[in-house]
Design a protein around this ligand. Structure first.
Ligand code: SF4
Length: 314
């Protein structure tokens, strides 16, 4: 029998599920318990195929738009948040709906409303097309918010009222890239109002910090997460910038074994919507091929949790 090649594995902590994702999944599960199947869910409740398929097995039906939801069925809105027009439409149709928007996304929505009420134009730093950005822009009338995706956009944005400008951000951005964009904006518009507290959420910040810590010691970092998960993609970038090769994988079957041939130290982390069971699956696959020496690198501990909506707990 040939001996397995040794492999040092560093697992980032924190990794995986955040409080907002945990709450959103619990909302769908509680809705299934309370109302019975089927429960409709508008959009992927969180960006993870494994989670979505698991909920489908229990009776959740995922749809793109409200017009696919029958009049007598309950519907849950995803953790990323929705434009105001979505609950308004649900109310018009007298649908029973539960909003699983993460409270930290709702906080950004309330900030946008406050700035708007003061007569400010709002710059939203984020990625076009992401459901959270669509939801945040939909909190206010068209034209009230301009999207800034890059430092170049920040350099080009023009206004004739620089004293009536505010910014908000998507919650799952790169901490470093966002600091660059804000730097450009603040230099050009020093009177611009900013969030009282950072909009990039604690989970995004902590996972990037932990990924940086392991990446500086690794040849290669595997990030477990979905290709449409913003915070997972940012973890791949963070690992790259910290000097390690990095790849985004959804499951163990996606591992590129050739790429790991000469790797001595491998890092593992997971995006905020990736369940721990997928980290365990990857570790099991690694142990089949390598003599794994594993340790966890914990840069921070988290104890945040969010309450479920009262209609599910009463
Ligand atoms: S990543 Fe942050 S904002 Fe998004 S659901 Fe998790 S805690 Fe909420």
């Amino acid at each position: 029998m040939t001996e397995k090649q040794p492999l040092r594995v560093l697992i980032a902590g924190p990794r995986g599920f955040c409080a907002g994702v945990d709450r959103a999944i619990q909302i769908v599960e509680s809705a299934l318990d309370k109302f019975g199947a089927p429960v409709y869910v508008r959009h992927e409740i969180v960006h993870n195929r494994y989670v979505v398929e698991d909920l489908q097995k229990r009776g959740a039906i995922f749809v793109d738009e409200l017009n696919e939801v029958p009049a007598d069925a309950p519907v849950v809105f995803s953790a990323h948040g929705v434009a105001k027009s979505v609950p308004a439409e649900a109310e018009r149709r007298e649908l029973l709906y539960v909003d699983a928007t993460c409270p930290l996304v709702s906080k950004v929505h309330r900030e946008a409303e406050r700035h708007y009420a003061r007569g400010h134009h709002i710059l939203l730093i984020g990625h076009a097309g992401h459901p959270e950005v669509i939801g945040s822009m939909g909190q206010l009338p068209e034209g009230a918010i301009s999207l800034i995706e890059t430092a170049d956009d920040a350099a080009k944005f023009e206004t004739d009222q620089p004293d009536k400008l505010s910014y908000i951000t998507q919650t799952t951005l790169s901490v470093d890239d966002t600091a660059d964009i804000i730097g450009v904006l603040m230099q050009r518009f020093p009177l611009m109002a900013h969030p009282r507290k950072e909009d990039i959420c604690y989970a995004t910040t902590n996972r990037q910090e932990a990924a940086k810590a392991i990446a500086s010691e690794c040849d290669y970092v595997l990030v477990i997460g979905a290709p449409n998960s913003s915070n997972s993609r940012r973890l791949v970038e963070v690992a790259h910038r910290s000097g390690s090769e990095s790849a985004l994988i959804q499951r163990a079957m996606d591992i590129d074994w050739d790429a790991l041939k000469d790797v001595k130290t491998l890092g593992i982390t997971a995006g905020a919507s990736a369940p721990e069971i997928l980290v365990e699956e990857v570790l099991t696959a690694l142990r089949q091929k390598f003599d794994v020496d594993m340790s966890e690198v914990i840069t921070r501990t988290e104890d945040i949790s969010f309450k479920l909506p009262a209609m599910l707990t009463e």
